[in-house]
Design a protein around this ligand. Structure first.
Ligand code: NAD
Ligand code: MG
Length: 394
């Protein structure tokens, strides 16, 4: 019997983390859950440690780590608690870890994903923000480290499947499907008054709050456009976005001979997670069979770029390259945070990103320090714009 693959699930308490553990649990003969990592959710991490008995649990927040360590000690758990951001990076590059599920949300996942890339790990990438902000530097780290990068984002996993795991030879264009989010039919004038809970009530997927808001503004699709260019080595003009409200076709690839391949399935993240874990083999995932007779229809429409200007902003950041995608991503993280906390309105999110992008000097990204400097600058600009006397409105 071949040895079990040792997996570190970074972001284990989130939506992708929970779905990953659900798939891993189905295959105890193939995978060992070696490490779990999260920011501060002690109750959920404790439960996960008791169930999966990982060697390590990494907790970024100091007091949460101390609490978890004392709770685990008192019940004689074999799991060792490690604390802080450095421990997260150490675990991602740990000699005994084979596979990383990169499922931390936002730029907070960059250092660990990069460490895994440099250490030549198999990286299952859900954390699109890390790739978007660091761009070609991330791709280079994967290549130089001898790592394997497999997309978990459902659209990119679909494209990866359609391309048979190879790069973009003979591809005419890629069509990224978008559900359109909860405000697909909401008139522009009403977007001013939508609440965080309305924005997070996604019609097809249950996800963390940050990506739910990104799906509502369509910035998620903008980030995914940049992600697709990087993963598959395509220029932005070869990546198109099409609204597909049923979320059954997860994306399509068209070849120069006119063939168009698509991947279909129920909207359940366990499918791309199981695919990425098992590739090139297939694993059962617990996902129900797609009933195409019940689904019956597949609709496609062009996105409304006027109501959803995020797409155009992301496209121009993709074309500009350098630190522009890092600025876009950082301004978006700050703006989404402000919206979720009731400090700005929904349309302000994209207005704010646009304003920060306009003020950002065009800069090359020659090293990770350039990326981090641009990220820091954009966050300060975005915070200042939100706090400013005029608010976000230009
Ligand atoms: P979530 O908010 O449900 O979970 C986020 C996880 O990250 C949690 O475990 C949290 O503890 C951890 N985390 C947050 N900040 C951290 C920090 N500073 N340091 C360490 N850990 C930290 O988010 P999610 O919906 O699971 O999304 C995770 C990532 O996967 C995002 O990048 C998202 O874009 C991507 N993604 C999610 C889905 C989905 O269906 N949820 C689909 C595609 C891609
Ligand atoms: Mg996606």
């Amino acid at each position: 019997m071949s040895p079990r693959m040792r997996v570190a699930v970074l972001g284990s308490t989130g939506s992708i983390g929970l779905n990953t553990l659900d798939v891993l649990e189905r295959h105890p003969d193939r995978y060992e859950i070696y490490a779990l990592a999260a920011r501060s959710n002690v109750a959920r991490l404790r439960e996960q440690c008791l169930q999966h008995r990982p060697r390590f649990a990494v907790v970024v927040d100091n007091s949460a780590a101390a609490l978890l360590a004392s709770q685990l000690r008192s019940i004689g758990s074999p799991t060792e608690v490690l604390v802080g951001e450095q421990a997260l990076t150490d675990i991602a590059a740990h000699g005994e870890v084979d596979t990383i599920m990169a499922a931390i949300v936002g730029a907070a996942g960059l250092a660990s994903s990069l460490a895994a890339a440099r250490a030549g790990k198999r990286i299952l990438l859900a954390n699109k923000e890390a790739l978007v902000m660091s761009g070609p530097l991330f791709v280079q780290a994967v290549r130089e480290g001898g790592a394997t990068l497999i997309p978990v984002d459902s659209e990119h996993n679909a494209i990866f499947q359609c391309m048979g795991g190879s790069r973009a030879a003979g591809v005419r264009r890629v069509l990224l499907t978008a559900s359109g989010g909860p405000f697909l039919r909401t008139p522009a004038a009403e977007l001013r008054n939508v609440t965080p809970d309305q924005a997070c009530a996604h019609p097809r997927w249950v996800m963390g709050r940050k990506i739910s808001v990104d799906s509502a503004t369509l910035m998620n699709k903008g980030l995914e456009l940049i992600e697709a260019c990087l993963l598959f080595g395509l220029p932005a003009r070869q990546v198109e976005v099409v609204v597909h409200p049923q979320s059954i076709v997860h994306s399509l690839v068209e070849y120069i001979d006119g063939s168009m391949l698509a991947q279909l399935g129920n909207p359940d993240m366990r499918t791309p997670i199981a695919h990425a874990l098992g590739w090139p083999e297939r694993l059962s995932s617990g996902v129900e069979s797609l009933d195409i007779l019940r689904a019956a229809r597949l609709d496609f429409e062009a996105p409304d770029l006027e109501r959803f200007p995020a797409l155009a902003l992301a496209r121009s950041a993709a074309e500009a390259g350098g630190t522009a995608p890092a600025v876009l991503n950082a301004a978006n993280e700050v703006a989404v945070g402000a919206f979720l906390e009731g400090r700005c309105r929904f349309p302000d999110i994209v207005a704010l990103i646009e304003r920060v992008l306009e003020r950002a000097p065009p800069m090359p990204a020659d090293c990770v320090a350039d990326i981090l400097a641009a990220d820091g600058w954009a966050r300060r600009e975005a915070h200042a714009a939100i706090a400013g006397p005029a608010g976000v409105h230009a």
